[in-house]
Design a protein around this ligand. Structure first.
Ligand code: SF4
Ligand code: SF4
Length: 321
């Protein structure tokens, strides 16, 4: 019997939700396990770095890597997996475009360390001790990975073959990707494995989205009773649907919550946040500055709203000062 293809799962700066999504394949996980040999999956199995390092280059058929890249250790791991794997799939919003961890790119490394180890309420650290990459105590030396100056997406560090979007990707998309890889029926390198349309096109509420929204205020989901039939934007809620790739089956909107943009942009959109701002802000009813500002006050965190999952890949990328 021929060897089964070898598959690796790895996580970098991640919440663990993408790993959970693999577990959430339910009975389908058994089909995956039957079809492949899992040679690395830190969340579930005890493989060591040395086990992977000892494998011949390209001996792993595919590595699914989730999470963004923040530390030297994450960078070392993904460079090694790139050598060992024939295909690398960037798995989920954090790997694809920095995700939630990349929101830290609004701050300098020193600001983050100072807040976390000194200023954060609840921190008791009078000596202002910070983690060091190397510490020697009683003749023994321990090391920690280096905390890099910014968060990067996976493809800013290594070459990526395919992208699975989402926070996390849906079981349907994961199974379709695994099926295509096992069958050798792969699209061109660099493809995002999800339909290339705006979410609004697959949303059941699209017929209630007026051509001119005539927005007089923005509201946050907890401030109103959301109409379950009507377009979110028509209710004054920020819904990233017009600037976001489809393929999630509009799960958030189906759950009566606006889209927050985790699938990233479609191929025709260069910058997801800029696309949203340009398409929706032209629908603000007031035309004079003070009134426009009053409407925009309804969005207290513009970067966290328009670039929640994509700060490391957008035009802005990071805040310098
Ligand atoms: S993409 Fe979402 S679910 Fe996956 S690691 Fe990032 S935050 Fe977690
Ligand atoms: S803006 Fe949101 S609710 Fe409205 S059609 Fe688009 S995805 Fe649906």
């Amino acid at each position: 019997m021929p060897d089964k293809p070898k598959v690796a799962f790895y996580w970098c700066a991640s919440c663990g939700g993408c790993e959970e999504a693999v577990v959430d394949l339910a009975e389908d996980i058994l089909k995956v396990v039957e079809a492949v040999d899992i040679v690395l999956w830190p969340v579930a199995m005890d493989f060591k770095k040395a086990d992977v390092e000892a494998r011949p280059d390209k001996s792993i058929a595919v590595a699914f890597i989730n999470g963004a890249i923040r530390t030297s250790e994450q960078e070392e791991w993904v460079r090694m997996l790139r050598r060992k794997a024939g295909l690398v799939v960037s798995f989920g919003a954090c790997a694809n475009s920095g995700g939630i961890p990349a929101l830290a790119n609004q701050f300098k490394k020193e600001q983050i360390l100072k807040y976390v180890y000194e200023d954060c309420p609840g921190v008791d650290n009078p000596a202002k001790t910070r983690p060091q990459t190397e510490t020697t105590d009683e003749g023994r030396t321990v090391t920690l990975p280096e905390f890099r100056s910014m968060v990067r997406s996976l493809d800013e560090v290594i070459e990526v073959d395919y992208y699975l979007p989402g926070c996390p990707p849906t079981p349907k998309l994961i199974m379709a990707a695994v099926g295509a890889i096992l069958a050798g029926k792969l699209p061109p390198q660099g493809t995002v494995l999800s339909p290339d349309n705006a979410l609004c096109e697959e949303c059941k509420r699209k017929d209630s989205k007026p051509a001119d929204l005539a927005l007089t205020e923005f509201k946050r989901p907890h401030q109103i009773q959301i109409d379950p039939e009507k377009c979110m934007l028509a209710q004054g809620l920020v819904c990233m649907g017009p600037a976001t790739r489809s393929g999630c089956e509009a799960r958030c909107v189906e759950g009566n919550m606006p889209c927050t943009g985790c699938f990233g942009p479609s191929s025709r959109v260069k910058d997801q946040g800029a696309k949203f701002v340009s398409s929706v802000f032209s629908n603000i009813a007031p035309k004079e500055a003070p009134e426009i500002d009053k409407v925009l006050d309804g969005i207290p965190d513009p970067i966290g709203t328009f670039y929640r999952y994509g700060l490391s890949k957008c035009i802005l990328r990071r805040k310098l000062n």
